[in-house]
Design a protein around this ligand. Sequence first.
Ligand code: SF4
Length: 138
Amino acid sequence: MNIARILYPVKVLGPGNRIGIWLSGCPRRCKGCSNPELWEWRSEFELSVSEVRKLIMKIAAASSVDGFTISGGEPMVQAEELAGLVDCLKTVSGDILIYTGYTYTSSRIWAIRRLCFLTACKAFITHVKTAILRLLPN
Ligand code: SF4
């Protein structure tokens, strides 16, 4: 996965003390994007799902994690690997938010829902047409 940063605790992108994961790489180039520095895919940011999982588990072992917020960059560009990671995150907390520029009916979002067997609801921030998926615990 191409991941620019993983931060804890993040208190402003969802309730509680969250782990924030910022993926790198986005082809959409929205006007007004708040994270244009994360548009490019960068080789130095490459981590395997297994490496990310280890980092997350290390944080979760030492701290109380209320949930996860995943942003970018565009997370759905890495939908398949993200689905594998979400399966791991759910063992820590089912409170998972994903910020994406794809609309709710996009095949990329349906792909991750199918891969993760997730229930999702939606809200739209119309300014950048960003959908927020709240992935609920099973
Ligand atoms: S989809 Fe998100 S990260 Fe990509 S350009 Fe648009 S606002 Fe920025």
